[in-house]
Design a protein around this ligand. Structure first.
Ligand code: HMG
Length: 387
């Protein structure tokens, strides 16, 4: 189905805000046994955005991570996948395009289907490149996951962005255009107009996630005569890392012990970033991919499987082949520093930042020391700057 053309991910960049909350601090403050959050949910740290970290600034910062490696002359399209939109009409991608200095001749828009938006962008980019092999596409997935103070979903919050360059003959991952899809109109998680926090039927959402995974994984493996042992790694959308482990256990139901051990070890490598930042919604699956690529032993030439899930709901299972010398094109060390260098905040600071996040659009004076940031609203127009 690829008509011989190899298309996929050529570059990957990321951004996470400069602050985190230790989930054990959150557990103690909420009267919960810390082991529930660290083991039962599988999280360690939660990325907390400042009022100046929105999907535009985070997306622009993720692009800046790879922009020096990109030939802007070949760029034809910029797509942003998000469910934390900053406007009902204008695309966040136009703010981002301007901030990072991309030319006006490129096409640009935003895409939405809950956490599936990044994957929708990736496959739209794939088909654009298939039609225009001389061109490349930037796909940005950027989100702020908010459920509210004291809610069951609070432990599954997070914030950050991933940027990917899609091209022919990619340096990192060739993607196969034979994905298995499944969609249905259900209400497991949504955010009505005017609400700044998600509404969620938590237990139900985890069940639908697993049902959709089983459906697309079994269908894909059936069509292509594949079994879990044929994958170097299975990677997941990770609203919290335990969710992916549960899905992996579904995949491993009939697998031999050796395969199970190998895929669980690789899952842990893929979950390392998510465990330390939380749910990045549209960016989460791609953060899993980066985490795995940047931590696993050399995987050149190997097949991997990826499960994307967006509430509402949409599921996709697709596969890819890791490219030779892919490690040279990743920024593993810089990403390790990005996570290590964050400031640990306490519960008071976290609650202040959470409450302040949407309220502070005009009032704030504190800005970051580097990177792009949201600097307030003037005349109903959002303003951005670079430190
Ligand atoms: P909860 O009710 O607080 O947790 O909600 P629980 O009671 O189900 O416990 C969680 C786990 O901790 C259980 O393990 C407990 O046994 C264990 P499990 O049975 O699941 O294996 N546990 C302990 N373990 C060790 N020591 C202890 C202990 N106590 C309990 N002392 C829930 C959890 C995830 C439902 C909640 O946080 C939530 O609603 N989160 C938001 C929704 C969500 O993330 N859903 C995921 C699937 S939907 C999705 O991925 C899409 C999404 O990203 C949005 C989009 O698409 O846009 C969310």
């Amino acid at each position: 189905s690829n008509t011989g053309v190899r298309i996929g991910i050529d570059r990957m960049g990321m951004f996470v805000p400069g602050q985190y909350l230790d989930v054990e601090d959150l557990a103690r403050a909420r009267g919960v046994e810390p082991a529930k959050f660290t083991k039962g949910i599988g999280q360690s740290r939660m990325s907390v955005p400042q009022h100046y970290d929105d999907i535009v600034s985070m997306g622009a910062n993720a692009i800046a991570d790879i922009l020096p490696d990109i030939d802007v002359n070949r760029l034809g399209l910029l797509i942003v996948g998000t469910e934390s939109g900053i406007d009902q009409s204008k695309s966040s991608s136009l703010f981002i395009k301007h901030l990072v200095g991309l030319p006006n001749r490129i096409e640009s828009f935003e895409i939405k289907e809950a956490c599936f938006g990044g994957t929708a962008g990736l496959f739209a980019a794939y088909h654009y490149v298939a039609a225009h092999p001389d061109k490349t596409v930037l796909v940005v997935a950027s989100d702020v996951a908010r459920y509210g103070l004291g809610t069951a979903g609070e432990i599954t919050q997070g914030a950050g962005a991933v940027a990917m360059l899609i091209s022919v003959n990619p340096s990192i991952l060739v993607i196969n255009d034979d994905a298995e899809d499944y969609s249905d109109d259900i209400n497991d998680f949504w955010r009505p107009n005017g609400m700044t926090e998600a509404v969620v039927d938590g237990k139900y959402s985890t069940q639908v996630y697993l049902d959709f995974f089983r459906h697309v994984f079994d269908a894909y493996c059936g069509k292509h005569a594949l079994a879990p042992r044929d994958f170097a790694a299975l990677l997941f959308h990770l609203p919290f890392t335990k969710m992916g482990m549960k899905a992996l256990n579904v995949a491993l139901e009939n697998a031999d012990v050796e395969t199970g051990k190998r895929l669980r070890e690789n899952f842990e490598l893929s979950a390392s970033y998510a465990r330390n930042v939380g749910n990045l919604y549209t960016a989460s699956l791609y953060l899993s991919l980066m985490s795995w690529l940047e931590h696993a032993d050399d995987a050149a030439g190997q097949r991997i499987g990826l499960f994307s899930y967006g509430s509402g709901a949409m599921g996709k299972f697709f596969t890819g082949c890791v490219q030779p010398n892919y490690r040279q094109h990743l920024h593993a060390l810089a990403h390790e520093h990005m996570l290590m260098d964050r400031e640990r905040i306490d519960m008071d600071e976290y609650e202040r930042m959470f409450t302040h996040y949407h309220a502070a659009e005009d009032a704030e004076t504190k800005y970051p020391e580097s990177g792009f940031y949201f600097s307030g609203v003037q005349g109903a127009i959002r303003q951005y700057s670079r430190a």
